[in-house]
Design a binder for this molecule. Sequence first.
Ligand code: HMG
Ligand code: MG
Length: 298
Amino acid sequence: MAADCVKLVEVGARDGLQNEAAHVPVSIKIELIERLANAGLPVVEATSFVSPKWVPQMADAAEVLSGLQRKPGVSYPVLVPNLQGLERAHRAGADYVAVFTAASDAFARKNINCTIADSLRRIQPLTARAKALGIPVRGYVSCVLGCPYQGDVPIADVVRVAATLAEMGCCEISLGDTIGIGTPVQARAVVQAVAEVVPIDAIAVHFHDTRGQALANIYACIEQGVRSIDASVAGLGGCPYAYGASGNVATEDLVYLLHGLGMQTGVNLDALIETSHWMSGKLGREPASKLARVKTTN
Ligand code: HMG
Ligand code: MG
């Protein structure tokens, strides 16, 4: 990818809607994903094939994924926690999946009911099966800058988990500040350390904006050469098992920053802002992003 191009991975339909208390109908989820693709987002994470007992909001994953009108050139990854999830996703037509674990055992236990080591043992056959099916796998590492249950997370633990996922064949490793606790110096240090074991163009960053640090952290990571960034329209997001976490960095705020830096995203900002208002209206609230709330008339 050219140095001035950034690939945005839109996670609102998954990270955002997994956390909504109100029921969001399948038709709205599908319209959201299609609007995001039409606004120029190249990667739109669609849903997750996790246990509906754990995350009832994603119980409709198969209907959402199979009901989509896919836009050529856009990818629609879905989260899968285990082989059962992968097989469900495959049957629903998934052609890109994402596995997820953490750099903190305490968080892994809360989120996926096992240790990091057990989760990696679960991911190993999953990546092998995905390879046999010709499905690329993205890997998420949560709590890279801190954990709501454990506190500090040593960088060495992040590096070890990221390296293992890459060895298992994950094409991209997304480093998640799940609870939005980090600041730019820490974000830079983690990216530098992971880049020792995973090529920089296979590293993505995923910042929740709980403490308003996401854009500053992203800027620090861009300076290190990161060119794949997760974001969520209207700043939707959160993890039901990450106590106190708020939404992801808002895609529209991020696009504004990137375009201001002279970087290309392929995103139509007006269409994105319109989608931000549309989705927030469906949820009965204002967008959490700054940009969508800018007043342009008296
Ligand atoms: P468990 O209870 O230990 O597993 O859950 P289990 O194998 O005993 O399964 C329990 C029940 O769930 C069984 O049903 C299974 O069949 C079923 P029963 O026999 O009781 O009727 N089940 C499934 N059903 C459908 N699809 C599946 C599936 N798997 C099991 N794939 C498990 C372990 C991992 C499944 C569970 O803990 C889970 O689903 N966790 C997901 C939690 C989650 O989705 N969290 C949010 C996503 S991660 C995130 O947001 C962070 C991220 O954004 C990055 C960041 O911000 O850091 C990615
Ligand atoms: Mg997240």
